[in-house]
Design a protein. Structure first.
Length: 41
């Protein structure tokens, strides 16, 4: 299976991160990478 990359760009979005990451970790697709970029917030 091809790898799926999810890129999360965060800027003052701390209150959304837990929901976002929880949702991503519950996905059933087996080949996923999560890349998070923080804009210094």
């Amino acid at each position: 299976m091809p790898k799926i990359s999810v890129i999360i760009v965060n800027w003052n979005g701390k209150h959304h991160l837990e929901t976002c990451l929880t949702s991503l970790t519950k996905q059933t697709y087996p080949n996923i990478e999560i890349i998070m970029v923080d804009n210094g917030s």
